[in-house]
Design a protein around this ligand. Structure first.
Ligand SMILES: [Zn+2]
Length: 116
């Protein structure tokens, strides 16, 4: 995918693990892909998320908004941009898969205590 670089992959792996999901490590076994971490066959599970997509945006959104830290994230995100644009407009910027994933990634990296 265009623009899907090493940094995006690091972000996606970090977010997947924060969501307590397996970041699959595929190996070939009996000519089929198999995850050496969660021991599932590729046919039985979905591939690793790509948070640049709208599907993964939805998954990340559903997860993040249910977390205990969500209000703190929102507050910090708005606070950081205060004076720049209004709070409403600042939050609207997050309606974008990459921007949302980057914001959650950066915030969680600074607030690791919220990750299990
Ligand atoms: Zn796995």
């Amino acid at each position: 995918m265009l623009g899907y670089n090493k940094m995006s992959k690091e972000r996606d792996k970090f977010l997947t693990e924060a969501m307590e999901l397996c970041w699959h490590r595929w190996v070939y076994k009996a000519k089929t892909l198999y995850c050496s971490k969660c021991k599932n066959w590729s046919s039985a599970i979905t591939s690793n998320p790509n948070f640049s997509t709208w599907q993964s945006f939805g998954e990340l959104w559903n997860w993040a908004t249910k977390q205990k830290w969500w209000n703190k994230f929102e507050y910090d995100y708005i606070e950081r941009g205060s004076g720049e644009i209004g709070a409403k407009n600042r939050l609207k910027r997050l309606i974008n898969p990459n921007k949302f994933a980057d914001a959650i990634y950066e915030w969680l990296k600074e607030n690791r205590k919220y990750i299990k």
